[in-house]
Design a protein around this ligand. Structure first.
Ligand code: FMN
Length: 275
């Protein structure tokens, strides 16, 4: 049951809720919005009806519109977004100190608002908070890569992983970069747009973290090792067996500061389609 309620004393009968419903499920009856019982099953619970209602007359899923954040004039402006998008960097030097649990939780709770196809909200996170667990992952990764290298089982297109082995044996950390934390995002088979959902979630996390002075690095090297070559490592970090999309991101306090944006040689690759 979607608990669709309209406070008629507040409703201004503008029908914005009906117009904004992704599947047009809301009808106006006697001037007031109604979600017919036979349409409830199709509702994807996106809450657009509630948040588009100017007077806050509509509630769904038992939510009180007054508990939402108010938006008027509160988005960062375009210049701020430009600086954030152009100024975020892949951080490859981290301070060892772990972040507070509350800080990590806050970042992830906000990240959970990233869009997902058909509002499936199917992205799941595994967080490595504890530096000793990070060290165990470093060890297991090295062991897996040593074994793969010995068996000549690292494919040509991932041969960069071969070069990691001697570096790691020397005590360097070319995959995990000394980061105190690892974020693993994954989604189960059956989540309709899981690949995009996982990447979007991590992208939002990356930008949000940067805005909070927290560094991140997409960790393709770990993803290749764990997901593509040594899937037993995925099980060992707790990714469920039915999750077939997974990506990883390092994060923590940066031990580096950047003073300006990079300058890309090429502009965006754009072709205008005209038919
Ligand atoms: C999907 C993906 C995987 C990546 N994997 C790694 C990685 O394993 N290690 C690393 O140091 N950087 C990794 N990066 C970071 C890129 O190298 C980096 O984004 C690029 O060099 C541009 O630098 P910038 O992010 O500072 O702008 C990855 C980036 C993406 C998007």
């Amino acid at each position: 049951m979607k608990q669709f309620h309209v406070d008629r004393s507040l409703c201004i009968q503008c029908a914005e809720c009906a117009k904004d419903c992704v599947f047009g499920l809301i009808s106006m009856e006697s001037g007031y919005p109604v979600l017919p019982a036979d349409k409830e099953a199709v509702c994807i619970e996106c809450q657009h009806c509630m948040v588009v209602c100017k007077p806050g007359a509509l509630s769904i899923l038992g939510r009180n519109p007054a508990d939402s954040l108010s938006l008027a004039g509160r988005f960062p402006d375009k210049k701020q977004m430009e600086i954030l998008i152009k100024g975020r960097r892949s951080i490859r030097r981290y301070l060892p100190d772990p972040l507070a649990t509350e800080t990590i939780d806050e970042l992830l709770k906000i990240t959970a608002h990233a869009p997902t196809g058909v509002n499936s909200l199917g992205v799941e996170f595994i967080v490595v908070e504890d530096p000793r667990t990070m060290d165990a992952i470093r060890r297991e990764t090295l062991e897996a890569l040593q074994d793969l290298a010995k068996r000549d089982a690292i494919p040509e297109d991932l041969c960069v992983l071969k070069q990691m082995v001697p570096l790691m044996e020397q005590g360097l950390d070319p995959i995990y970069r000394g980061a105190p934390h690892l974020l693993i995002a994954s989604a189960a088979e059956g989540v309709p747009t899981r690949e995009a959902d996982v990447y979007i979630a991590l992208s939002y996390f990356e930008l949000l973290a940067a805005s909070a002075g927290i560094g991140t690095t997409w960790c393709g090297l770990a993803k290749w090792t764990m997901a593509d070559l040594a899937p037993h490592l995925l099980r060992s970090v707790g990714v469920p067996e039915n999750h077939d999309v997974v990506y990883m991101m390092l994060f923590g306090k940066p031990d580096v500061q950047y003073y300006r944006t990079v300058q890309r040689d090429q502009d965006a690759k754009i072709r205008r389609l005209v038919k």
